[in-house]
Design a protein around this ligand. Structure first.
Ligand code: GLA
Length: 385
C-alpha cells in the first residue's frame, strides 16, 4: 500500500480509537544490511539500505500528561502511562519502543501527553529492524510535532538510547541511522564513529540483479543475551589491548597481538576487525561496478559471522549456501543473527530457481518453510502530509 493510502487508513483508525483526528502522521522503514555486521558498536563502517516496508504512526497531543499508545497489529487496545512515572524496562514489551523514544527525549522536550497509533508493517523478528522502524517513526513524528529541529544523527542517538536503556537491548546505531537517513536507490555508507554518511548508488535492477531476502522464520529467544555477550567480548579486546577502539587497529597488527587475548575474545574481535576492512573493500568494488567481487566479500562476511563470531544458525547457513550453490554472486545472514533473514545477491533470471532450491533444501532438512522477498533501496523516515 502506498504511503498516502496507509496514512488515510491510519487517520480514520486513529479517529475511531481516540475520538479525534491525528495532528500528524510519519513513517520509517526497516532495513537490510549489505555488509558491516556487528561493528556498529565498535566505531566501524556499515553499509545498510532501507527497505520499502515501513512502520507508520499517527500522533496527536492531548491535554494531560498521559501517553496513550495503541497498535493496529495489537487490535487497537489503548495502553496508558503517566509520563512523569515512566521507567525503563516497564510496561508491555512492544510499548517500550515508542515510549522509550519519548523517555530519551526527556520531560522538558514534551510539554503535553500524546496519543499514538502504530501500524507496523515491517515483518517482526525477521532481522529487518522492525524495532528501529517503530522508534524512528515516533522520533520523526515528535520532532515535527514539537518543532524540536533535531538533526537526523541526533534523532538516531535518541532512538538508540531509548532501545539501549528503556528496552534494554544494547544495540548499535546502524538500524536507527539508516531508517532515518536512507535515500531511494542508494545504500548508506555510515561511519558509526561520527555518523557521517555517503550515499552509495545501488541500482541493481538496471544490471539484471536482485537482492533476495530469505526470512528463515527462525526467531531465537537467546538473541538478546547472545548479542550482548559478543559485544562484551569485543569491548574486552579493546580493554585488554589498551586501544580506544577496534577501528584503530589494522588486521595485521591485531593478528600480531593475538597472544595478548584469550581465544574467545580474540576470535570474536577478529570478526570485528576483518569485517570493518571488508566493508571498505566492498565499497571500492561497488563503486567500480565489480558486483562479482562484491558478492565474494558478502560471502566471506557470512563465513566470519558463522565461524568466528558464531551468530549464525543452520537455517541461515543453508539459505546462504544454497543460494551460492545455485548461482548467487554472494549470500550471507544479516542483522543480529541466531535466526532472522539472509540476503543473496542474485541474477534476477535465477530468482525462481534459487527460491525453489532453498524451499526444497529447507523441506529436506525439516526446517520451517522460508519466506522470500526482493529488496530495493528505499527512502528513509518521512512526515506524510
Ligand atoms: C542488530 C542491532 C544493530 C547491529 C546488528 C548487527 O540489528 O540492532 O545495531 O549491531 O544487529 O550488525
Amino acid at each position: 500500500m502506498l504511503g498516502k493510502q496507509l496514512a488515510l487508513m491510519l487517520a480514520s483508525k486513529f479517529a475511531e480509537i481516540f475520538g479525534k483526528h491525528p495532528d500528524l502522521i510519519a513513517s520509517a522503514p526497516g532495513r537490510v544490511n549489505l555488509i558491516g555486521e556487528h561493528v556498529d558498536f565498535l566505531d566501524g563502517f556499515v553499509l545498510p539500505f532501507a527497505i520499502s516496508d515501513v512502520t507508520t504512526v499517527a500522533i496527536s497531543k492531548n491535554s494531560s500528561k498521559v501517553i496513550r499508545v495503541a497498535s493496529i497489529q495489537k487490535g487497537g487496545e489503548i495502553k496508558s502511562v503517566d509520563f512523569s512515572k515512566i521507567a525503563p524496562m516497564t510496561g508491555e514489551p512492544w510499548t517500550r519502543y515508542p515510549i522509550g523514544v519519548l523517555w530519551a527525549l526527556g520531560n522538558e522536550a514534551l510539554s503535553n501527553g500524546l496519543d499514538i497509533l502504530v501500524d507496523g508493517r515491517v515483518p517482526l523478528g525477521a532481522g529487518l529492524s522492525s524495532s528501529a522502524a517503530l522508534e524512528c517513526a515516533v522520533a520523526t513524528a515528535v520532532n515535527e510535532l514539537y518543532g524540536l529541529n533535531l538533526s537526523l544523527p541526533e534523532l538516531a542517538r535518541i532512538a538508540q538510547k531509548g532501545e539501549n536503556v528503556y528496552v534494554g537491548m544494547p544495540c548499535g546505531i546502524m538500524d536507527q541511522s539508516v531508517s532515518l537517513m536512507a535515500t531511494q536507490g542508494n545504500a548508506l555508507l555510515l561511519d558509526t564513529r561520527d555518523l557521517s554518511t555517503e550515499q552509495i548508488p545501488f541500482d541493481i535492477a538496471q544490471l539484471g540483479l536482485e537482492l533476495l531476502v530469505i526470512d528463515t522464520q527462525v526467531h531465537h529467544a537467546l538473541v538478546d543475551g547472545g548479542y550482548a555477550e559478543r559485544r562484551a567480548s569485543c569491548e574486552k579486546a579493546v580493554a585488554d589491548l589498551g586501544i580506544t577502539s577496534l577501528r584503530d587497529i589494522s588486521v595485521s597488527e591485531f593478528e600480531a597481538r593475538k597472544s595478548e587475548l584469550d581465544a574467545k575474545t580474540y576470535i570474536r574481535a577478529y570478526h570485528g576487525v576483518t569485517e570493518m576492512k571488508r566493508v571498505l573493500d566492498a565499497v571500492v568494488l561497488l563503486k567500480s561496478g565489480d558486483f562479482v567481487g562484491f558478492g565474494e566479500i558478502v560471502t566471506l562476511a557470512h563465513q566470519s559471522l558463522r565461524d568466528n563470531y558464531t551468530v549464525s544458525c543452520p537455517e541461515l547457513d543453508l539459505a546462504a549456501d544454497t543460494a551460492n550453490k545455485f548461482g548467487a554472486l554472494g549470500a550471507r545472514m544479516i542483522g543480529g543473527g541466531f535466526g532472522g533473514s539472509a540476503i543473496a545477491l542474485i541474477k534476477a533470471r535465477d530468482s525462481e530457481l534459487i527460491k525453489s532450491e532453498i524451499r526444497g533444501a529447507f523441506m529436506a532438512s525439516k526446517f520451517k518453510a522460508p519466506r522470500f522477498f526482493s529488496a530495493l533501496p528505499s527512502q528513509g523516515a518521512a512526515v506524510i502530509n
